[in-house]
Design a binder for this molecule. Structure first.
Ligand code: CUK
Ligand code: CUA
Length: 658
């Protein structure tokens, strides 16, 4: 055994038992005995590392107690959650419960507030407890991240969630009643007036049955503009509206910025209108959808759309005001322009003048010139109209140029030095190219098969440069084998020098992240605690909050209200007895105010676990339908007497109560 371990262990153990502050512990354990040091050279030899590895380690290693410079908010993919990750350490800091119950945060396990948020995500009254999270987008002010909110979409069930970055909690989920999936979302305009969610696979709006033979005439796409109330920090559903789109498969979207503020760009594939039907003798959807050389980039003038909506030019479908396709086409709200072969990424340059579209089945990234698009629309220089009467601009008339990227370009992000970084799926590289001469300057292999790419504030009006992260779909042999389902892999790239340098592999063991964003840490100002009795879902003192000394149990007919507090190391009351069939309302206030002094409240047999961060108030309602004796206890190791932080919940059988 190494001598340091022997010294360190009693000290650490002592800390845990005494419940003393963490900082006190660290000073005791921080300095290893000089005799324990080995030379770096010997270590390198022993671990088989070369100088490159050591450089990578030194650029990412972050000592305990030192925070990171950036935070990544990554989609948790079909894990349904959001991941917060520090850069450069690539340490996972939090999995934020969003669409999917998460017991540590008490998310979906009793908390009334969480229950109401999750209920917002019901589609037509159905509980959907998973999600396919694709694109996180931070709230912006003047095109820059402001660190206040994060929005994410659920591709599978067409939902959007609002996460409050003051406490890293999901505060709202809205379900789109019109579409069967979304993809272009959740993007914001530069001042977060709207959270934009565009559909993916067309359905009849509202999803009611229409034979698939009527796909071209009755199925539709949609661009939803969720109005964001910045004062309240919530989506205003009543103030939201949508634009009906042709039944092309709309894919990714981005909002214009600076000169192009007021516009949304959405690309699409399957302008062939293929609907599969393999058993009916048709080609599979994917080959039917890949015949045309060109698909359509959709250009939406949302400020004009907003005026038409205000003027009542909408129809109401399932409670949503929808600007009809014909109106959008005739009034100049919607315009199309060709884009090469099944495009994927759609990214607006930091200055807002260019729109970069990745080819997927093409080897180019096409850069459209916003001013040319605008002129062509103003002068009505159309090449024709599509079958739905939507005007089409000339491809050559509107592009700045094309960059020869390689096989399978997808997404593009930007740095502060005029370079763009495009993920190249098939070739499995990051292509760095100069926006000034539209030429690739470097390709960096990544492992394996990169999907999205992300850079430090790389999709804002002022990217920071320095860090790029490749978000790879596969890891194959990069990590120890965990069976046939392997983690996706984030690779941190140092992009500060003339050459890109790969620093770190980070397995993502929860779902498949698609997009993510990286924000400078100093823009985030999360709180350390709630004022005692505050309900995090309203940000107000809860009407049922409990003050020390005012704990009590009140009966009102069959409703039993338990006013409870939690503080090291007890719940008050610690005995609750009710009758079978009573409806129990727990109102629990944490009286703690010290950093990270968290309790949890769990109740045996009732599927209840609530997280009680310092000061937080939670309400829990359930029916005591099982007579018996049920321990309740604290689920967070909060003090030396944590195990003693417990009590009994007794349910008297109906027969005994008589
Ligand atoms: S998509 Cu997954 S790699 Cu949903 Cu943004 Cu491109
Ligand atoms: Cu409170 Cu453990």
């Amino acid at each position: 055994m190494d001598p340091f371990a022997r010294i360190a262990r009693p000290a650490t153990l002592g800390c845990a038992l005494a419940g003393v502050a963490l900082t006190g512990c660290q000073s005791e354990t921080a300095a290893p005995a000089a005799s324990g040091r080995v030379s770096v050279r010997d270590l390198m030899k022993e671990r088989g590392l070369d100088e490159n590895d050591v450089e990578a380690a030194l650029k990412t290693y972050t000592r305990g107690g030192k925070g990171d410079d950036y935070m990544i908010f990554a989609s948790g993919g079909h894990g349904g959650q959001v991941l917060a990750i520090g850069v450069p350490s690539m340490r996972m800091l939090k999995v934020i419960g969003v669409f999917t119950p998460e017991p540590w945060q008490g998310w979906g396990y009793g908390s009334q507030g969480a229950k109401e948020v999750l209920a917002g995500g019901r589609q037509e009254g159905r509980d959907i407890t998973w999600a396919d999270v694709h694109h996180p987008n931070l709230s912006e002010t003047e095109g820059d991240y402001d660190g206040k909110y994060l929005f994410v979409n659920d591709k599978s069930s067409a939902r959007v969630a609002v996460i409050d970055l003051s406490d890293f909690m999901t505060k709202q989920i809205v379900a789109n009643p019109l579409i069967g999936s979304d993809h272009g979302g959740a993007f914001v305009d530069p001042n977060t007036n709207y959270i934009i969610e565009t559909s993916q696979y067309p359905t009849p709006l509202g999803r009611d049955y229409v034979p698939i033979s009527e796909y071209a005439t009755k199925y539709r796409g949609l661009a939803m503009f969720w109005k964001f109330d910045k004062q309240k920090g919530r989506i205003d559903e009543k103030g939201s509206w949508a634009v009906e789109l042709p039944p092309y498969t709309q894919d990714l979207a981005d909002a214009g910025k600076k000169v192009s503020d007021g516009y949304v760009f959405i690309n699409s594939f399957n302008t062939e209108l293929a609907t599969g039907g393999i058993l009916e003798g048709n080609p599979p959807l994917e080959s039917g959808a890949s015949k045309n050389d060109m698909d359509y980039l959709h250009i939406i003038d949302w400020k004009k759309a907003e005026q038409l909506v205000a003027a009542g030019k909408t129809v109401e479908i399932k409670g949503v005001r929808v600007l009809p396709l014909q109106t959008a086409a005739e009034e100049g709200v919607l315009t199309l322009v060709g884009e090469p072969k099944s495009p994927h990424g759609c990214d607006v340059t930091p200055d807002g003048t260019g729109i970069v579209v990745g080819g997927k089945l093409d080897t180019h990234a096409t850069v459209y010139e916003f001013s040319k698009i605008k002129d062509a629309i103003a002068q009505k220089r159309f090449e024709g109209k599509d079958a739905y009467g939507v005007p089409i601009l000339g491809f050559k008339d509107t592009i700045r140029g094309q960059v020869e990227i390689g096989l399978g370009p997808l997404h593009t992000v930007f740095d502060d030095k005029g370079f763009a970084y495009t993920s190249v799926f098939i070739e499995t590289v990051v292509a760095k190219w100069s926006m000034a001469d539209m030429k690739v300057v470097e390709k960096l292999p990544v492992h394996y098969n990169i999907g999205h790419i992300m850079a430090a504030e790389g999709d804002t009006v002022s990217p920071d440069g320095k860090w790029v992260v490749a978000m790879n779909k596969m890891s194959v042999d990069r990590f120890s084998n965990v069976g046939p389902l392997k983690p996706q892999n984030f690779q941190l790239i140092d992009a500060s020098g003339p050459k890109m340098k790969l620093l770190y592999d980070m397995p993502i063991a929860i779902g498949e992240p698609h997009y993510s964003q990286m924000i400078a840490m100093d823009k985030l100002k999360p709180i350390y605690k709630y004022d005692v009795g505050v309900n995090p879902f309203t940000h107000q003192p809860d009407p049922h909050r409990v003050e020390a000394g005012k704990e009590r149990i009140e009966r009102n007919g069959r409703d039993v209200h338990v006013y409870m507090t939690a503080i090291r190391s007890h719940f008050t009351p610690d005995r609750v007895e009710v009758n079978e069939g009573d409806t129990v309302h727990l109102h629990i206030t944490s009286l703690e105010q010290a950093d990270d002094q968290v309790h949890g409240f769990s109740l045996n047999m009732h599927n209840i676990n609530v997280s009680l961060e310092p000061g937080k108030h939670e309400n829990v309602t359930f029916v005591a339908d099982r007579p018996g004796v049920f321990p309740m206890y604290c689920t967070e190791f909060c003090s030396a007497l944590h195990l003693e932080m417990a009590g009994y919940f007794l349910v008297k059988p109906a027969s005994a109560a008589l």
